[in-house]
Design a protein around this ligand. Structure first.
Ligand code: NAI
Length: 308
């Protein structure tokens, strides 16, 4: 199985690292616009093979899309990341141009690929990719919910003082500091609602920390994070390539689900060999419905910026 990752920067290279280390794909192509950069990242990663024991072949190329031919999955991480104080939304103008060109190029050589969009503002970039390529909606998936959910589980595990892997929780809605919706009502510790252990105030603090989780890291690192984003993309790619049918919150085109249409936004999905196998239209309570409607409104407003 072959995966192309466009953008060999922090997130792209970290994703290639996890994909190869975990043997998720036999071949990874890293492509970047910066001369020699993807080649260097690929060489560095390949020099891990003997010590970590993987067999994936990683190749780096500078803008040569012919080398990406017949990829099963293409991940788009090309674009600029946030700097401290910036919102994901402020990246829209520059990243829209990049994502559109990249999507056209990859499809010329991999017409059947499933595309995973990572570049921010991710919900809008996913929407743009779908509109620009005319692909069926199961083949364009925005990655954001997998990351936000793992951050939510991290903050819950800290509040509970229990391992993250024993905590189950999901974030839906837009992939933005003010638009994401950590579903605290449905979060559990080994099947027991977390509200058994944490007060409403504590849960509100966890939700708030989750929502600014990316910004917190941007403040500490001086640029946006990469290990958890890279691992989250790899988790999604694994479910596609190996037809695992995992339930993952992804940004997908809605057609009436959650009362929304013509918008890509995070909702729980079953992810398998066809990309989006199913959208789960779960029942939200009134407060969650209201948050979802507000989140959708913000994403739709941002999509409007694509026209200007
Ligand atoms: P980075 O700056 O480390 O890497 C981006 C790479 O894209 C650079 O190497 C750059 O040369 C390359 N690039 C730019 N234009 C290109 C083009 N036209 N063709 C090929 N390559 C091109 O940035 P980083 O940290 O890897 O972030 C990448 C994107 O992912 C950003 O937009 C960031 O906001 C987003 N992001 C999204 C997350 C999510 O959960 N959806 C999480 C983290 C980052």
């Amino acid at each position: 199985m072959k995966v192309t990752i466009v953008g060999a920067g922090n997130v792209g290279a970290s994703c290639a690292d996890v994909i190869s280390y975990r043997g998720i794909a036999s071949e990874v192509v890293l492509l970047d616009i910066k001369e020699g950069f993807a080649e260097g990242k690929a060489m560095d990663l390949m020099q891990c093979a003997t010590n970590t024991g993987f067999n994936t072949v990683i190749t780096g190329v500078t803008n040569d899309y012919s080398k990406t031919a017949n990829s099963n999955v293409v991940v788009i991480t090309s674009g600029i990341p946030r700097k401290p104080g910036m919102t994901r939304e402020e990246l829209i103008g520059i990243n829209a141009g990049i994502v559109k060109t990249v999507a056209d190029n990859v499809l010329t050589h991999s017409p059947n690929a499933i595309i995973v969009v990572v570049s921010n503002p991710m919900d809008t970039m996913t929407y743009l990719t779908l509109k620009a390529t005319g692909l069926p909606k199961n083949r364009v998936i925005g990655m954001g919910g997998a990351l936000d959910s793992s951050r939510f589980r991290y903050y819950l595990s800290r509040a509970l003082d229990k391992p993250s892997n024993d905590v189950s929780a999901m974030v839906i809605g837009g992939h933005g500091d003010t638009t994401m919706i950590p579903l605290t009502r449905l979060a559990s510790y080994n099947g027991i609602p977390v509200s058994e252990f944490l007060s409403e105030e504590e849960l509100a603090k966890v939700a708030a920390a989750t929502m600014v989780g990316g910004a917190t890291l941007t403040g500490l690192l001086g640029t946006s994070a990469w290990y958890a984003p890279g691992a989250s993309v790899a988790y999604l790619v694994d479910s596609i390539l190996n037809d695992q049918k995992k339930m993952i919150a992804c940004s997908v085109m809605l057609d009436g689900e959650y009362g929304q249409s013509d918008i890509c936004i995070g909702v729980p999905c079953i992810i398998g060999k066809n990309g989006i196998e199913e959208i789960l239209d779960i029942t939200l309570n009134d407060a969650e419905k209201e948050k979802f409607a507000k989140s959708a409104e913000a994403v739709i407003n941002m999509n409007e910026d694509l026209k200007s």
